[in-house]
Design a protein around this ligand. Structure first.
Ligand SMILES: [Zn+2]
Ligand SMILES: [Zn+2]
Length: 382
């Protein structure tokens, strides 16, 4: 994708993005429940093409992809290399129906995912390569998913698209704010060792990203690290990409760790140290460690050229970052650079213009009367 193109933010683009990502799973189920099963009963040849294309679109939708992803668990799909991760399988239409067993939601073909022990290197490699190919080739000849897998970007953090990153970040902050007084103690040592400062991140978000949101620094940290609050269970945190769920009750509550839960101010001091000490004697929530090992947030991801230029003070950096860091570098230029040129980069970054536009749209929406789905309702008014 052309970088300049992706950085041009218009209300139309935001509207398109929101509509494409806010497909309600229920709606999908109502209109497309077991779409493949209706395939054989379709007798009207005129509408067959249209029906097939609808089914294909339904199975390729993000909601359908998420449904398949949810069928995988660490008990029934484990010990697989990254390119056989649940994300990759779900992208090619497979759901996990039993231990090491996949089934295509389109053609209903079964595929065994069993791999030999890694100690037998050659046998493992052979089976592994065969299984990788089978994800694409094992489908029925007429399977609609085989010809149209889900878009590749379902499996990656969209670091090349600041608007999409910002939409996701805003959604996560909004969801987490509902439970911000119940959040667990957050283990910050790993984040800090990678250059993240929670106090600064909270202040940065308040000042530059979401000034109208009264979110705590903890909310900002969790949202940056890919976590949101589970819609159906308010005491469960969930990763928006690997879908890992974490019960808040398993961790030391914020009120019990010597850690400020007060709202972020611009003059907040560093406050990570007490948490680090506390972590040794009680369980704090580590927002990086708790992802599934295949989660896109913790995979290396290259920064888009423009973000590199604005972040590295003009020097391009060929290194890749963990995706959550790359995402911060894109939507919050300067934040991960130990303050070097922070103010400067905020003034000069072309992405800041995009974010300003985004904020304007969000502000205009949130000022209108809205219910549980302000985005969905408001897009109709645009
Ligand atoms: Zn299939
Ligand atoms: Zn994750």
């Amino acid at each position: 994708m052309d970088n300049n193109d992706s950085l041009t933010v218009t209300p139309e683009k935001i509207k398109d993005l929101l509509l494409s990502f806010l497909v309600k799973p229920n709606k999908m189920k109502e209109s497309g429940k077991n779409p493949a099963e209706s395939r054989n009963t379709e007798s009207d040849s005129d509408s067959l093409g249209t029906t097939k294309s609808c089914i294909s679109n339904t199975l390729r939708s993000h909601a359908s992809f998420i449904e398949r992803l949810e069928s995988f668990s660490a008990l029934t799909w484990f010990g697989k290399p990254l390119d056989l991760s649940p994300l990759v399988c779900a992208r090619y239409g497979w759901e996990n129906v039993d231990t090491d067993m996949l089934r295509c939601v389109g053609c209903k073909t079964f595929l065994s995912g069993q791999l030999p022990n890694k100690s037998d290197y050659l046998a493992f490699q052979e089976s592994y390569n065969r299984l990788k190919k089978s994800l694409i080739s094992a489908h029925d000849k007429f399977c609609i998913v085989a010809a149209n897998p889900c878009p590749e970007h379902f499996c990656h953090v969209p670091v090349e698209d600041p608007t999409l990153l910002m939409v996701g970040f805003t959604e996560r902050v909004k969801a987490l704010m509902v439970v911000q007084d119940k959040l667990p103690c957050i283990a910050l040592s790993k984040l800090q060792s990678l250059g993240y400062d929670e106090g600064q991140a909270g202040a940065y978000c308040k000042r530059n990203l979401l000034p109208d949101y009264d979110s705590t620094a903890q909310v900002v940290t969790l949202a940056f690290a890919g976590w949101t609050c589970c819609l159906s269970k308010k005491d469960v945190l969930q990763c928006c990409m690997c879908l890992r769920q974490i019960g808040i009750w398993n961790y030391l509550p914020m009120s019990h760790c010597s850690y400020s839960s007060e709202h972020v101010t611009e003059h907040e001091d560093q406050e990570g140290e007490p948490t680090v000490k506390k972590r040794k004697i009680a369980k704090a929530f580590d927002p990086i460690e708790e992802h599934n090992h295949w989660c896109p947030w913790i995979q290396p991801s290259s920064l888009p050229v423009l973000a590199m230029a604005t972040n590295e003070s003009g020097q391009t950096n060929p290194h890749s970052y963990l995706a959550w860091i790359a995402a911060i570098k894109v939507i919050a230029p300067g934040l991960m650079d130990k303050n070097a040129g922070l103010a400067c980069s905020m003034k000069t970054s072309p992405m800041v213009e995009g974010l300003r536009c985004f904020r304007k749209v969000i502000k205009s929406w949130s000022s209108k009367k809205s219910g549980h789905q302000p985005f969905l309702q408001s897009t109709e008014q645009l």
